[in-house]
Design a protein around this ligand. Sequence first.
Ligand code: GLN
Length: 493
Amino acid sequence: MKLYEYMGHELIERIKDRDIKIQEILESCYERIDEVESQLHSFVNLNKEESSKKAKKYGENLKKGKKIGSLFGLPLANKDLISIKDFPTTCCSKILQNYRPPFNASVIERLLEIENAIHVGNTNMDEFAMGGSTENSCYGPTFNPWDLTRVPGGSSGGSAAAVASGQAIFALGSDTGGSIRCPAAFCGVVGLKPTYGRVSRYGLVAFANSLDQIGPITKCVYDSALILEVISGKDPLDSTSVEIKVDKYTNEIKKPIEKKVLGIPKEFFGEGIEKEVKNSIYKSIEKLESLGATTVEVSIPHLEYTIATYYLLCMCEASSNLARYDGLRYGKVSEDLFSDVYSAFSRTRGANFGPEVRRRIYLGTYALSAGYYDMFYIKALKARSLIRNDFVEAFKKCDSLVCPTMPSTAFKVGTLIDDPLEMYTQDILTCSINLAGIPALSIPCGFDTNNLPIGFQIIGDYFDEKGILNIGYQLEQELGIFRKKPSLKPGGR
Ligand code: GLN
């Protein structure tokens, strides 16, 4: 077995036992990148030179008996919208081509500087995290490691493809309406969207501030728990991060689940969910019952309004957030000469934002304009409260909810890109969770007849990451499929 094939926590144990060297893990990931990157296109920028130096340094420190962080040089793939000091962070947009942040995001500070993970490179994504297939990137799409003719999901598609194929041991993603869980489901890896406020957003380039959260994408639930322990907790630099105790998730996950009550939200199994997906989810629920959990049917009656509510709110917030990219303060400065600041502003933005980002800025600006604000924005905020209350009611009857992550398995590249509304409906099972601000985990639970992974979603009450990780871990152990890998052959496309 190659080193890149191991789980993160197994590599940590082997380093502690002096069985392998930190440099060897990093080299193994870069060798894997050399083998498969031309087929996948998971990365947009690699950090090979710098990270090799770091690996060497950490290796020497370890040899000398110096203290080293708890992640012992684990290779991290970072989504291209989480700031790393002096490293290109472009949000996969032409407008940020030359941007290098002057500071680290707080999650990066904790993972790299304090716990000594190592940055492999930045991963491909939909421009400004707007999309569900990683086809809206200015660098072109990423391809699914299980079937190179299909999308990896999005918007954190590069991160999920990198972890699924062994190009990195773990990754970071961001989830505004499903962007961690969707690619995790499509690529057969574990994706966690924490409670809003659990993880600092300082240094995350904002798409829709009231919905965005950073979370880990890993090969197994144990690694997800391990990374969450590092990145969770109050951060003075993000006033929306919350002062609530961070659990020892890696211990909590091992507890038995026999007293758990699992809610089955009936609307999440409605029309439009593929039969093979539903069957796989039902089978997994039976497994959880065999471990002693009981189930109860619950209802999220306002689920039918989630797509409209989510897209209205995220577009409104995005239109305001993206106003800063004007080619003067941030953004690519156009070389044309302009007569006035307004034409400079609009020409720079027109030329450097992609079509999906422009669509969202137009619609968001329209919905926020005088005369329409009450009709759209305020109404969507009211619908958001109704959806949140549905979850609050559901959690009075159960500990966690279980359902599919996505209505289907990975679709073919090019099939939905010209049909934005159809693309938006793919988020029906994920985006209500962001509207409510609660946590959710996606783990692989099986494969369809095309050998494509199916994602099982576990939704938790506020700050109950330990509960959903616990259920996810027990199911993962019972299913025993988390070591199954895509059969990617080295070589070009
Ligand atoms: N697919 C959703 C969208 O396009 C979710 C994106 C995200 O979570 N960043 O908005």
